[in-house]
Design a protein around this ligand. Structure first.
Ligand code: GAR
Length: 209
């Protein structure tokens, strides 16, 4: 059974969706860089081990990442899932978990890497928005996309409504992708990422209009 570790910084609604999904893998631990993250309560409520590793207690990014890395090894994690984890990771850490670490980002990557994605979508007047699950590489929000949830922006939308609608999509696609990794529907091979035994050429799309 695949052992999953989840990294969080905040509310943890995506962590909750993963807990509720009854994955065929096991969530073995949750790491937060913020002691007050509500995600920690969600984990504790589900009897999942937690670790608080506060980045501000470390002299630099690598020292913080080294402690996280050791915790992941202690839990024997096979898959690292970033679920609202709001820290940039060092190249060394990313390399150590290459092909085994995924993130969810609230935009249709490669559009709107970084922060404030909903506001930027509204500012541009885009018709489409959504979220992307992707492998984590050293470059921010740039690893191979596995799946995207797509929604149509309405003229009634504001930042709050978009955040809410994107969250709903995230809760649908993130557990699905994690499950596909657990049951090997998605696999990393020497030729690239396979989905259902075929090379994955672009992200699997989930549409919600
Ligand atoms: C999610 O919308 C996720 O896409 C975003 O943080 C939110 C966490 O919500 N992640 C990023 O912006 C990463 N760059 P949650 O704590 O309720 O799961």
């Amino acid at each position: 059974m695949i052992k999953i570790a989840v990294l969080v910084s905040g509310n943890g609604s995506n962590l909750q969706a993963l807990i509720d999904a009854n994955l065929s893998g096991q969530i073995v631990g949750v790491i937060s860089n913020k002691p007050a993250a509500y995600a920690l309560e969600r984990a504790a409520h589900a009897n999942i081990a937690t670790a608080v590793i506060e980045h501000k207690n470390f002299p630099d990014r690598e020292a913080f990442d080294d402690v996280m890395h050791q915790q992941l090894l202690d839990w024997e994690a096979d898959l690292v899932v970033l679920a609202g984890f709001m820290r940039i990771l060092s190249a060394k850490f990313v390399k150590a978990w290459e092909g085994k670490m995924i993130n969810i980002h609230p935009s249709l990557l490669p559009n709107y890497k970084g922060m404030h994605t909903h506001q930027r979508v509204l500012n541009t007047g885009d018709l489409w928005h959504g979220c992307t699950v992707h492998y984590v590489t050293a470059e921010l929000d740039a690893g191979q996309a596995l799946a995207q949830g797509v929604l149509k922006v309405s003229h009634h939308d504001n930042v709050e409504s978009l955040a809410d609608r994107v969250h709903q999509l995230e809760h649908l696609i993130f557990p699905q992708v994690v499950e596909w990794i657990c049951n090997q529907t998605i696999q990393v091979t020497s030729e690239g990422v396979h989905y259902k035994n075929q090379i994955l050429k672009g992200p699997i799309q989930f549409c919600h209009i």
